[in-house]
Design a protein around this ligand. Structure first.
Ligand code: GCO
Length: 457
């Protein structure tokens, strides 16, 4: 095996999400999501941009999938929009919505690309936000499970890799604020931290009920995962004491102790509960058992990390702030910490004590200042630098024997970056939003070569 060679069978993929690429928001029976409402609200997104048109993927999916096939990916992670399938959130099923995803998946399968479907990527039906405050209510968990049952019953003959939810904190903690305007939809102010934590608890319940719905309704054997953007604590120096410190810090990261712990261990971390005290969510009898469903894999959305060193304080560790000019890419939080992928993988296996759990990097990538040359090309050498270093970190975990089975670049093409609108470009394919032309960037060609050689080039 040459250097940086991945094990045979390593799966190379790419990822997108419905509201970020599809457009066609009022087509074929789809009804508004909370992101339609949020992005149409003055001041919530960059220049008031919305996903109404996005990349017109709803109409252009055949050409996009052809471009994915030319890239050489074996897998493609996309999300299914609840608002296309059950437009009112509950009740009537929209056949045209199911038909769209059936066409999309059949096109993938025709090219030999394996579909990985995320059942929820933040676009909650507005009807349920209006009816009962969406994730602020326990009802949302049951309605989500009913929607999942519809999808899996109808598409489970074609899709056998399911991810329940994408990044719970981003549509709960970032979508509900105490005394400040949230950055994400639904953009609701609530009265206490406890109410915010109750929204993520309801999302965890939804995850558990969805796992049960998939297993009960899939016409074929399938694999089920959760996708999370947990906070990766990275040892400042790779010595036993600082590695131990990074492991001690891990459960204190709120998204870790409050999301990944209940899902993978059946308990909120004691470190978090100590911090939250009366702000902890109300947990009903049986909730944790419902949440702690067996999983076939975990999806890790990791872009950066936090450096930790050992300290003789009560926690035995301390966070190290980045120096002023620390290298970052084109997002305020995108400091370059390539070891974050290696340590993220290790934390699941060791800190969470789940060496049994298959892992995928379901998102990794960066926004960059992509500019078209006069020849109509994009030499995104900064993105290649970022991706090469991060893939080397994945490679290290793979050859050390950790169960990392694949990698999905975020993202296949430039798209609607939530409150940043189209101002931030994460794609390995450039999208000219005036013409909807797709232009493969240098990173696309570089990634194609990695896939061809099954190694980091
Ligand atoms: C996320 C979302 C993606 C983002 C990407 C860049 O992880 O926040 O899953 O939808 O676009 O991560 O921020």
């Amino acid at each position: 095996m040459t250097s940086q060679q991945f094990p045979t069978g390593f799966q190379w993929g790419t990822a997108t999400a419905a509201y970020q690429i599809e457009g066609a928001v009022d087509r074929d029976g789809r009804k508004p999501s909370v992101w339609d409402t949020f992005s149409a609200t003055k001041g919530r997104t960059f220049q008031g941009q919305t996903g109404a048109i996005a990349c017109e993927h709803y109409d252009r999916y055949k050409d996009d999938i052809k471009l994915m096939a030319e890239l050489g990916v074996q897998t493609y992670r996309f999300s299914i929009s609840w608002c296309r399938i059950v437009p009112d959130g509950r009740g009537t099923v929209n056949q045209a919505g199911l038909d769209f995803y059936r066409r999309l998946v059949d096109c993938l399968l025709d090219y030999g690309i394996t579909p990985y479907a995320t059942l929820f990527h933040w676009d909650s039906p507005q009807a349920l936000e209006t009816k009962y405050g969406s994730w602020r209510s326990r009802e949302m968990a049951q309605d989500f499970a009913e929607y999942v049952k519809v999808v899996v019953s109808n598409l489970g003959d074609r899709i056998t890799n399911w991810m329940t939810l994408n990044e719970i904190t981003c549509f709960t903690h970032m979508g509900h604020g105490v005394g400040k305007t949230p950055q994400h939809a639904p953009g609701t102010k609530v009265g206490s931290k406890k109410e915010v934590w109750q929204t993520s608890h309801h999302a965890l319940l939804a995850h558990g009920l969805a796992c049960q719905a998939i297993r009960a309704n899939s016409p074929k054997s399938c694999s089920i995962g959760l996708v999370d953007n947990f906070g990766v604590t990275v040892p400042l120096y790779e010595s036993p004491e600082h590695i131990e410190a990074a492991k001690k810090a891990f459960p204190y990261h709120c998204g870790n102790g409050g999301i990944i712990y209940p899902a993978l261990t059946g308990e909120y971390s004691s470190a978090l509960l100590e911090q939250l005290k009366n702000d902890a969510p109300d947990i009903q009898e049986g909730d944790l058992k419902t949440i702690h469903q067996p999983l076939d894999f975990l999806g890790l959305n990791i872009y950066t990390g936090t450096y930790i060193r050992a300290a003789d304080n009560w926690q035995g560790c301390e966070w190290i702030d980045f120096p002023k000019n620390y290298p970052a890419l084109n997002m305020p939080w995108l400091q370059i910490v390539p070891e974050c992928l290696y340590w993220g993988i290790r934390h699941v296996s060791e800190t969470l004590n789940r060496p049994d759990l298959a892992l995928f990097i379901t998102e990794n990538g960066c926004a960059a200042q992509d500019e078209l040359t006069s020849q109509g090309e994009v030499f995104d050498l900064d993105r290649i630098l970022y991706l090469r270093q991060h893939l080397q970190s994945v490679h290290r975990a793979a050859i050390e024997g950790y169960p990392i089975l694949g990698y999905f670049i975020w993202s296949f093409m430039d798209n609607f970056e939530w409150s940043y609108g189209y101002d931030k470009r994460f794609g390995i394919t450039y999208v000219d939003y005036k013409t909807q032309q797709r232009i493969p960037k240098s990173s696309y060609h570089w990634y194609a070569e990695c896939i061809r050689q099954n190694r980091v080039v």
